[in-house]
Design a protein around this ligand. Structure first.
Ligand code: ARG
Length: 570
């Protein structure tokens, strides 16, 4: 569609110069005036001539008529029609075949990719769970939005570095150490994993409500940890190990690996240099014993850098990490994907980086997302009201497994397919909404094979595979389009590259999720209304098979970009 738009703009530019003498209007200007009509019956592109009318001082219908004439010589490209002040343009079927189908056939899984990012590096900080805290449904957003953004950037030619910035440092470890020594046991934790650690954490908070001494004890233990106390270090390492064992299972189910697992603790020895720099720049103010950067001039609360006891804080570690990443990766962009609840935190420390004089502060990007609730209930670790991702995935996988057992008992690889479809259903359902929206997760909706779901999209992909398998090699024949459903599918296929661009520009994987549904719906309409394998005319049959194949390629690409696998049989 992008190339189509470009072609049309160039022809119109030429016509406007010739007929109206408006030489300063460029094809780019015209391209930006082209719109997609809300109803495809009105055409595939429309040029509202009102803006032009102001520039040219000619009535819109007159401009539209004259431009319509100009397009009349290009019937292999388009047909055009005037409607009031609008010029409506339809893509010619031959063009769709020549430029879209053949392009997908030659580019295959690269169709839609670009080299816009070549030579540029993007660092993405995502997933980043807090050690010893459960990996719950609230982390689904950072993990899958983050990974999808990484895949999208790679697709656009960027070199990407995915970092799992583990929350492996902070006072919570003081709390855990105290709780473990008071109420825990090695056996229980080895057996219970993160659940057992969370239990300790929850107990700590309940007890600390009654006895404030516990909070001081926790601060003391964390301080000892910061000072490299051997016993505390050993416990801390063990907590990390227990936690990672579980996270890895979830990441493997999602097919995600990271390029770096450097967590917050990695920056311990890198913070003093930055704190020194803040001092030199006169940014630090002492407030009630703590060191802060006053941000009142920017309408923000102060950014906390050092606690009263000299201990460091979350922003301090983020600042040190950003400097380290700039030096190590020389990024063009460093993207942080977290819940919108952390927006202020990022705005604050981004500002501090700017005030410190780092000229790359504008390359720091925060991508926030909304909250998830289940059955309308908000989730919080402290109260123990959490829905673990591993449980949610397990539930989805089990349901899909039962369905396969019922509908397709002969399927080989049942476990792998159930995992791909079950986990995919959860991810797809989540990524269907624009990221900033708060969503309420409903498992039945996610798993439906009929709605706008992952299983529906994966099933459609499997359908394309099944048709192609039955067809064998696609016979060579002249291309022939006879039904409107075919043209519809091709037009949607033509929009994929643009959708990738939009998803990237807006940091919005949902653009791809929705596109996948649009394409699958169009394909299924085509599949139901147009006989493919049984088409009588050899040219029609071959063209339909080519369309089926192209759909399969693009559905697979789109689903891959939002972290879904595409089994060939379900
Ligand atoms: N560990 C944090 C959390 O779970 C998220 C970390 C995000 N990344 C960062 N560089 N601050 O809330």
């Amino acid at each position: 569609m992008l190339t189509f738009k470009k072609h049309i703009s160039e022809i119109l530019e030429h016509a406007i110069h010739k007929q109206f003498g408006a030489d300063s209007l460029t094809a780019k200007d015209i391209c930006s005036m082209l719109e997609y009509p809300p109803d495809s019956a009105m055409g595939d592109l429309a040029l509202p001539c009102f803006k032009l009318s102001k520039i040219l001082k000619i009535a819109p219908p007159k401009i539209a008529t004259s431009l319509c004439d100009a397009l009349s010589g290009y019937e292999t490209l388009c047909s055009a029609l005037v409607q009031g002040g609008y010029l409506n343009i339809c893509i010619a079927p031959v063009y769709l075949i020549e430029s879209i189908l053949t392009k997908i056939e030659s580019d295959r899984e690269k169709y839609g990719s670009s080299s816009q990012g070549s030579g540029k590096t993007v660092v993405l900080d995502y997933a980043s769970p807090n050690i010893a805290k459960p990996f719950h449904i609230g982390h689904l957003g950072t993990t899958v939005i983050g990974h999808s953004l990484k895949l999208l950037h790679e697709f656009a030619g960027y070199h990407c570095v995915g970092i799992n910035h583990l929350g492996d440092w902070g006072t919570q470890f003081g709390k855990l150490i105290v709780a473990y020594r008071k109420w825990g046991s090695r056996e229980k934790i080895e057996a219970g994993g993160i659940d057992a650690l969370v239990e300790l954490y929850v107990k700590f908070h309940a007890e600390a409500e009654k006895d404030d001494n516990l909070n001081q004890a926790a601060r003391d233990e964390f301080k000892k940890l910061e000072e490299n106390d051997a016993d505390n270090i050993a416990l801390w390492k063990w907590f990390i190990d227990i936690s990672n064992r579980e996270y890895d299972v979830t990441f493997a189910q999602l097919g995600i690996t990271f390029d770096s697992y450097a967590g917050e603790s990695f920056y311990t020895d890198k913070m003093p240099e930055q704190v020194k720099k803040m001092r030199e720049k006169n940014l630090l103010v002492i407030d009630d014993g703590a060191s802060i950067v006053d941000l009142s001039a920017y309408n923000m609360p102060p950014c906390l850098i050092l606690k009263r006891d000299g201990g460091t804080l979350y922003p301090t570690r983020d600042i040190a990490a950003a400097v380290y990443r700039k030096r190590t990766y020389d990024f063009d962009k460093c993207i942080y994907i977290t819940s919108a609840g952390q927006s202020l935190h990022f705005a604050q420390w981004f500002k501090v980086v700017e005030l410190m004089g780092y000229d790359w502060f504008e390359q720091l990007v925060h991508v926030p997302y909304g909250t998830v609730s289940i059955g309308g209930e908000k989730l919080a670790t402290r109260t123990g009201n959490v829905v673990l991702l591993k449980k949610l995935f397990a539930q989805a996988i089990e349901k899909v497994r039962a369905r396969i057992e019922e509908k397709n008992p002969g399927l080989t690889d049942k476990d792998a397919v159930a995992e791909a479809v079950g986990v995919g259903a959860v991810v797809f359902h989540y990524l269907y909404n624009s990221r900033i929206k708060d969503i309420n997760f409903v498992m039945e909706d996610a798993l439906s094979f009929e709605g706008n779901t992952g299983p529906y999209a994966q099933y459609t992909y499997a359908r394309t595979c099944s048709v192609l398998e039955k067809a064998g090699e696609i016979p060579k024949a002249e291309a022939k389009i006879t039904a409107s459903e075919e043209g519809e599918v091709l037009k949607i296929l033509s929009r994929f590259p643009e959708k990738v661009q939009t998803a990237l520009a807006e940091y919005e994987p949902s653009v791809i999720t929705r596109y996948a549904i649009e394409l699958c719906t169009a394909f299924n309409r085509f599949y139901h209304n147009c006989p493919i394998l049984t088409a009588e005319d050899a040219a029609v049959r071959a063209t339909r098979l080519r369309i089926t194949k192209a759909c399969g390629i693009v559905i697979k690409s789109a689903l891959r970009l939002i972290c879904l696998r595409t089994p060939e049989k379900i």
